[in-house]
Design a protein around this ligand. Structure first.
Ligand SMILES: [Fe+2]
Length: 327
């Protein structure tokens, strides 16, 4: 035993430990299992991209027969030996959809954000019936449990970075997945830009945003314009990790005009670093984001448990009524 709770082993303790182990029991004083240290890791883009293109030849997409439902190359942190994960809570992957291909519709409790790397702007992600065209630099949010599929009607590949909080939901035993029963894709009922038009600074009076997580697409042209305007104005982010006199700027994702930060997807920031700017080392962004997410997931789990219990109680009452009263 080597931790703070270490107790010198005596013959009595050894006998007790053997007996506890036999019955799958453990003493609080015994050494606790520690999570392995998470190591930083660098995946060179040239290698990722080349493996992705190779997968484009070797892996069929579409979900029919032996075709995969998604063609992604996952970033697997070598220090997490018991799972395919990029960090303890996040899964990051690079996805490829070739011309004419469709990644079929499904939904899951993990929330996703997608940062577009390559594409000609004709391909799209359909989130809850909204067509979200994908151009390089765009950021598309797919809140948890929203239907989504991807289609590439163009002549060029679409490549993007997927970030899902899949390992957090799995850790909470709340990792659910459902395929769309009505076909490979949802109908498009909202055109590109719908969410922005409904939830932007100028929006219909009838729009009710509430606390619901919203699908949203941040266009790169808007983000870049905002970053450049902030830089030109000379404003500085007081909380940014500056080391030099040069300013750096970041925009936090907020998906309605109130400026409310979307806590239902992993926190996303877009930075603009001026020349010769170096940021200070820091940590904790992911942990901070996940703590918020953890609270949301706990509340959701509790609510689901209450609903399921109520439904079970109703079923039991009905069975009891049938048994005793014969109807
Ligand atoms: Fe998905």
């Amino acid at each position: 035993m080597s931790d703070l709770h270490a107790v010198p082993e005596t013959p009595e303790l050894q006998a007790l430990h053997a007996r506890l182990a036999e019955y799958s029991l453990g003493g609080h004083w015994q050494t606790r299992e520690q999570n392995p240290d998470l190591v930083p890791y660098h995946w060179p883009w040239s290698v990722i991209y080349s493996c992705l293109m190779q997968s484009g030849e070797a892996v069929k997409l579409g979900g029919i027969d032996d075709a995969a439902k998604r063609r992604t190359v996952q970033l697997v942190n070598p220090s997490l030996t018991d799972r395919k994960a990029t960090s303890r809570t996040l899964q990051m992957s690079i996805q490829l959809v070739k011309p004419g291909e469709r990644a079929e519709c499904h939904r899951h409790t993990a929330a996703a954000l997608r940062f577009v790397v390559e594409g000609d702007g004709t391909g799209y992600t359909n989130v809850e019936g909204e067509e979200m065209l994908m151009e390089p630099g765009d950021l598309v949010l797919t809140p948890n449990w929203t239907w989504h599929d991807h289609f590439n009607p163009g002549r060029n590949n679409i490549v993007w970075l997927d970030v899902l909080d899949a390992h957090l939901t799995r850790y909470l035993d709340a990792g659910f997945h459902e395929n769309y029963a009505e076909g490979p894709a949802q109908a498009i009922i909202k055109r590109d830009g719908y969410s922005k038009q409904r939830c932007g600074a100028i929006r219909p009076r009838t729009t009710s945003v509430g606390n619901a997580a919203l699908p949203f697409a941040y266009k790169w042209r808007d983000t870049l314009k905002a970053l450049k305007e902030v830089a030109a104005a000379g404003e500085r982010d007081a909380s940014a990790h500056r080391r030099t006199d040069h300013a750096d700027h970041r925009l936090l994702g907020a998906n309605d005009s109130s400026g409310r930060i979307d806590e239902s997807t992993p926190t996303h920031e877009q930075h603009h670093l001026s020349r010769r700017t170096r940021t200070r080392h820091h940590f904790g962004r992911e942990i901070k984001a996940c703590n918020k997410r953890l609270r949301v997931e706990r509340a959701r789990l509790l609510l689901r448990a209450v609903v399921e219990l109520a439904s079970l109680q109703k079923h039991i009452d009905q069975r009891a009524s049938d048994y005793f009263f014969g109807h």
